[in-house]
Design a protein around this ligand. Structure first.
Ligand SMILES: NC(=O)c1ccc[n+]([C@@H]2O[C@H](COP(=O)([O-])OP(=O)(O)OC[C@H]3O[C@@H](n4cnc5c(N)ncnc54)[C@H](OP(=O)(O)O)[C@@H]3O)[C@@H](O)[C@H]2O)c1
Length: 274
């Protein structure tokens, strides 16, 4: 989902790009990774095991991609001198108390198997010695993959009632905006470190569902708020997924902007074929 929009953004900015999907490169294959990285100035790793619930029962397989694969890419970048942009997630810092946006300097406190494998990926990237930007995002939506708004739009057309969790809070973020921020970080020659690529402000899944239902012209009365307990899932979810943009502000790079304004801009594109 993110990789597609990132390649588009790089091409629009007149960069030469090699866009590799899973069929082109398995990031757990060290020799293939080294060969793919060779000759490139920058590598952006959007590849991941992103099935959060399945990771609970397949943690080794998730670890292979999210930790081992990330480490192999970082080692190859360190060896070749390429800059690495490694995508990570709010699930690596899910233990923070609610109320304050989580600093990019906060200690890792992963949530669930997915969070553990992504945290191990961050550690592998930092340990590699590569010139790396760890870019954490959250609550991603986009036009090129399954995501919450597209699922809600489909369900709203199929059903009379949607019950949506109202006690998990986060920052809905458009893949196009993450791509734009990655480009700004590269253009600014941002120092190696951790940056948060999320919209600002925060909302709940329930409130986001209301926005989606409104965007497709349905009555918001069809959406009922429920608690996480009422919607049991295999993997735990962070209840407070609100990331601070402190490290962006410190280097003078503009963050993405308020989630509601960005959603208003994105909705037609994201829901086009949903
Ligand atoms: N989606 C979110 O809400 C969210 C939130 C926070 C952070 N993130 C992070 O943002 C990044 C991009 O997420 P996304 O939503 O764009 O993910 P996505 O749509 O699931 O894309 C991940 C891609 O990685 C590929 N992949 C899996 N294993 C691979 C391997 N061994 N070698 C090469 N490619 C492999 C997948 O291929 P297959 O489809 O064939 O498996 C898929 O094309 C990830 O680092 C993710 O952890 C996402």
């Amino acid at each position: 989902m993110l990789g597609t929009d990132l390649v588009t953004a790089l091409l629009e900015a007149d960069h030469e790009v090699t866009g590799l999907g899973r069929a082109d490169l398995d990031i757990t294959d060290a020799a293939a990774v080294a060969a793919a990285v060779a000759g490139h100035d920058v590598v952006v790793n959007c590849a991941a095991w992103t099935a959060v619930d399945d990771a609970e029962t397949h943690e080794d397989a998730a670890f292979a991609v999210n930790a081992t694969g990330a480490g192999l890419l970082a080692d190859a970048c360190a060896a070749s001198g390429a800059r690495l942009v490694h995508l990570s997630t709010d699930y690596v810092v899910g233990g923070e108390p609610a109320g304050t946006p989580v600093s990019s300097e906060a200690a890792l406190s992963p949530v669930g198997a997915y969070g553990r494998t992504k945290a191990a990926g961050e550690r592998a990237v930092r340990a590699s010695g590569a010139d790396a930007l760890v870019v954490r995002t959250a609550w991603l939506y986009g036009g090129h993959g399954p995501c919450f708004p597209r699922t809600m739009a489909r369900l709203a057309r199929e059903r009379d009632l949607l019950r949506v969790v109202d006690d998990q809070v986060g920052q809905p973020t458009w893949t196009v905006d993450v791509a734009g921020l990655v480009l700004r970080l590269l253009a600014a020659k941002a120092p190696a470190g951790t940056y948060h690529a999320t919209s600002s402000g925060w909302t709940s899944w329930y409130e986001l569902a209301l926005e989606v239902v409104r965007a497709i012209g349905r009555d918001t009365d069809m959406v009922d708020p429920i608690s996480s307990e009422e919607f049991a899932r295999p993997a735990p979810r962070p209840s407070w997924s609100v990331l601070s943009h402190d490290s962006l502000k410190a280097i003078g790079v503009a963050p993405i902007g308020p989630w509601r304004l960005r959603w208003a801009e994105a909705a037609d594109d994201v829901l086009a074929e949903a």
